[in-house]
Design a protein around this ligand. Sequence first.
Ligand SMILES: *Cc1c(COP(=O)(O)O)cnc(C)c1O
Length: 388
Amino acid sequence: MAGDRREQEPETTAITAGRDASGALSPALWASSTWHTNDLDGTHRGAKAVHESGFYSRYANPTVEAFERTIAELEGAESALAFGSGMGAIASTVFALCSSGDHIVAQRNMYAGTLGFLDGACKRMGIEVTYVDGRNAAEFAAAVRPGKTMLVMAETPTNPHLDVVDLDALGAIKGPFTFVDSTLATPLGQQPLRHGVNIVMHSATKGIAGHNDATLGVIAAEKELVNTIWAYSVLHGATASPFDALNGLRGVRTLGARLRQQSETAQQVAEWLSAHPAVKRVNYPGLTSHPQHELAKRQMRWFGSVFSIELCGGIAEARALTQRLSLVRCAVTLGGPDTLISHSATSTHLSVSPEVKAATGISESLLRVSVGLEAAPDIIADFAQALK
Ligand SMILES: *Cc1c(COP(=O)(O)O)cnc(C)c1O
């Protein structure tokens, strides 16, 4: 009896989602940019269709659609839309929903690219942004201006501080669309739409694709909202490459096993570093020392592959540590198989002003670590010799 069936675990859905009637377990790579028809009625039908393959690849592509169906199913959404990058997803969504004179409420500690976009392009287009501290969820609702605020934007956990935003509180906001960048959690770590949030977004470049071989973004939401964003996105043009969508879908199939392992290893390495005298603090939602550990436990199934550390000292100590590490490499992505370390102040947040850096806690001794799939004792041994 269907009614008696228990709900399938997300790890299982990651394996079964997005299959089509062809029987192929991996989708075909449709490189074609266009489809031909017998007469102008055929191309007319294609031009009128909304988010449907068979016309022109900027409008829709079967390989990209297979990836979109998979993400929609994982997020519990009616529909999903892929983009050429996470920033493509953010820029297209904001410009699809906001016009000159509109207002956005955004979390102050968001991804540096998102902040750069809100402070640069949005300001230039006359879209006003009010920043709030996402750790106090009441600030989002308090900053909403009825009739003027179109979008409330949050990121949880945040990159690079691992702050956690209360998804129930965000989902309860009515009026503007609520948007969550869920990149660090991945669709298996948390599902913001189930908390009432309107739009969930991922840089699938990170944990979803998971092998440092795709640049890809995606949003998931109700079909009508996705179609509205799609109508603008075909003009914005941040279209997902079919090859990257294929790698994104391949990544989803192993995401459960990777996320479980990476979360376990991240927990071990974070705990080890917490006890080291050269480390001032470790930010990881899985640590009981994290101020929002209880909230993270309530809304996250896994705490993820990323943590950040604040070293005792400054840039000299950060430089010395990165120079001495040998297994752990310096690079600015996350969620892949290799353990990577990055110095936010001189890389991802280079263009952020000193005032904003100070206000958002991007200090000279802050390092972000993305834990990979190496054995935990090897990662810990590398940190041990480098911190000596
Ligand atoms: C990387 C990242 C982005 C941007 O994604 P790209 O695929 O690099 O464009 C957005 N948000 C978060 C949290 C990220 O880590």
